[in-house]
Every structure is written in structure tokens, then in C-alpha cells.
Design a protein around this ligand. Structure first.
Ligand code: FAD
Length: 300
């Protein structure tokens, strides 16, 4: 089933995980996935380092576990910058063998000192290629409520996003953000640009000050005052930081669902315990929003 069909009558709740380190067995992630299964997410996506095909087997194996052992739709991230056409087709073949037919098509982050393959310089090129060669795949793509760090302007970034949708992306997943107003302003820009595919809001619970500051410096995502106060106040207390981080994420999610967001994509950082707590605190809100959506759909 195409993932876009999910958005018709519900507010989607999806999760992201990353494969265990290179030398660890891929099955090491199974207990985490089983704990996440209890949440009954609409799909789980699995990251893939931009670096190269050598690590893609981890992502293929984990999407296989998710799709075929847990019976949850799986999405494989596919960064194209360092890949050839043959490598991409090969990866898609492996995914399809396991009945995984959903990808998140990305450019990928540049690796200092590594020469790109020169084939898929931007995500729209990868999307066009997959759309043409493998129309059986459903293609999601990334978007940036605070603008992509390398974009010349927000107007340019939105124009490039429109190119990705025109090329065949049928659903968008946003970069993490900590100020919901950024997301609402971004949504308005996409509507003006004629982008009408579902957009999931990417939420990352903050449980570690250093990690968040590193991510913010790489992505350029601004940290609002209220959020910095939490980081500064609780950095030295693991428990307090975890609880405050969860509360902040829950607050963001409740506001987004109340405002009618298409879906929430939770960056779990493989912390199933935290994902579970967030789901426990918000599942009634999703249920109420979904029953309203279904009532509206049936009355039309
Ligand atoms: P693009 O859409 O190519 O955009 C990159 C920049 O180029 C933007 O500034 C854009 O405005 C500009 N641009 C876009 N198209 C054009 C064009 N045709 N001509 C000129 N300029 C253009 N990275 C990984 O390596 N592995 C992952 O698993 C992964 N998962 C991610 C999941 C999500 C939800 C998100 C939001 C990001 C993820 N990333 C991942 C990071 C992502 O690879 C980086 O953010 C990367 O810098 C941009 O990827 P993109 O697909 O958005 O690129």
C-alpha cells in the first residue's frame, strides 16, 4: 500500500530508527523494534549514511525485519549523492525482494574529502530516476521548516521542494524543529508554492544537550529561548533532561495535532522507552483527532 493512502483518514504517527554500528549484528536492534511495535506506528523509516553502498545492507536488513517480522510498513532512506545509477537500482532490487516498496529519497550530507558520484547531485534527480525506473516504489522526500542550511534563500529552497514534488515525491517529512510557528509559516509557503502533498512534522525529543547542540550546528535549526533554558538548566541531570525533553516534545505534538498536521514523524534515536512515553502521553489526542477526521469524511 502506498503510504500516501494513510493520510486520507488519519493523522499519521511514524518513527525513525538508525541501524546499529557497522560491526554490530543488525539483529541487535530487534528488542528496540519490538518495543516500538507496541506503539503500532503507521510506518518506521530506517536511515542510511550517505557514505556508500557498503553500509546499505544494514538498512535493507532492518527494513526487512520491520516489514516482514513486525508487519509494519518500512521506509528505507536512500541518499543519492555518492551513488551510481546501478547502485541505486541494486539497492531498490534488494528492498523489493523483501517487499519494501517505500523510500525516502535524499541527496545526503556531503562527506568532507569524498568526491560525489556526480549522478544525483540533488534529491529531485534521484526522485525523477526512481519514479521513471521503478514506478512501483512510493517516494517520500525531505523538507526544511527553518530552510535548508545551504539554500541561497527560503524562496529558492521552496522552489526546489516544488521540483521534488513535481518529480514524483508523494509525501514530505520535515527536518526537526523546536518552534511550531516555523512549521506553520513553512506550511503556508508550501501552499502558496502549490505543494499539496502530505507533510509530516519531524519531532526530536531532546534528552542530551551536547547531541542537540551538535545537530543544531550541522542543520542550522534555531533553538528557541524556552528550549535553551531547558538545555542549560537540566544538562547535568539525565533524568530531568529526559523528562523536560519529553514534555517539550509532547507539547509540540499536541499543538501540531490540534492545528491539523498531516502527521508526526518521531526521530526516536533508537530510544524506544522515550518514544513509548511520548506515545502514551499523546495517543488520546491522535485518537480524538482521527475520529473527527473520519466523521467529517463520512458526512461528505
Ligand atoms: P536536496 O533536496 O538536494 O537539497 C539540498 C540543498 O540543495 C538545499 O539547499 C536545496 O534548496 C538545494 N537544491 C535542491 N534541489 C536543487 C536543484 N535542483 N538545483 C540547485 N539546488 C537545489 N541524510 C543521510 O545521509 N541519510 C539519511 O538517512 C538521512 N535522513 C534524513 C531524513 C530526514 C527526514 C531529513 C529532513 C534529512 C535526512 N538526511 C539524511 C539529511 C539530508 O541528507 C540533508 O539534509 C541534506 O543536506 C539535504 O538532503 P535533501 O534530500 O533535502 O537535498
Amino acid at each position: 500500500m502506498s503510504l500516501t493512502a494513510l493520510f486520507k483518514d488519519k493523522t499519521v504517527f511514524s518513527l525513525e530508527v538508525f541501524p546499529p554500528k557497522k560491526d554490530s549484528p543488525k539483529e541487535a536492534i530487534l528488542p528496540t523494534l519490538q518495543q516500538l511495535q507496541a506503539i503500532n506506528p503507521d510506518f518506521i523509516s530506517v536511515t542510511l549514511g550517505a557514505g556508500g553502498s557498503t553500509h546499505s545492507s544494514g538498512t535493507v536488513q532492518i527494513t526487512d525485519l520491520i516489514q516482514n517480522q513486525l508487519n509494519i510498513p518500512a521506509v528505507a532512506h536512500v541518499p543519492g549523492l555518492y551513488q551510481t545509477k546501478e547502485q541505486v537500482l541494486n539497492l531498490l532490487d534488494h528492498l523489493a525482494e523483501n517487499n519494501v516498496k517505500n523510500i525516502l529519497a535524499l541527496r545526503g550530507d556531503r562527506i568532507p574529502g569524498k568526491e560525489p558520484a556526480g549522478v544525483f547531485n540533488h534529491a529531485n534527480e534521484l526522485i525523477s530516476f526512481v519514479h521513471e525506473k521503478r514506478p512501483d516504489f512510493s517516494i517520500a522526500s525531505a523538507c526544511y521548516p527553518d530552510c535548508h542550511a545551504e539554500a541561497a534563500s527560503f524562496v529558492d529552497d521552496i522552489a526546489h521542494l516544488r521540483q521534488k514534488v513535481d518529480a514524483g515525491a508523494d509525501h514530505l517529512i520535515s527536518q526537526l524543529f523546536f518552534d511550531n510557528q516555523s512549521f506553520y509559516d513553512f506550511k503556508e509557503k508550501t501552499e502558496i508554492a502549490g505543494i499539496h502533498v502530505p507533510i509530516e512534522a519531524g519531532i526530536m525529543p531532546c534528552t542530551n544537550k551536547k547531541q542537540i547542540e551538535r545537530i543544531a550546528s550541522i542543520t542550522g535549526v534555531p533553538l528557541p529561548k524556552k528550549f535553551v533554558a531547558i538545555l542549560d538548566r537540566y544538562a547535568d541531570s539525565k533524568e530531568a533532561m529526559r523528562d523536560a525533553g519529553i514534555a517539550f516534545a509532547v507539547d509540540q505534538i499536541i499543538d501540531l495535532v490540534s492545528e491539523g498536521v498531516d502527521g508526526i514523524h518521531l526521530y526516536t534515536m533508537n530510544r524506544a522507552d522515550i518514544a513509548e512515553r511520548i506515545w502514551d502521553a499523546t495517543k488520546s489526542v491522535f485518537a480524538a483527532a482521527n475520529s473527527k477526521k473520519q466523521q467529517r469524511a463520512s458526512s461528505h
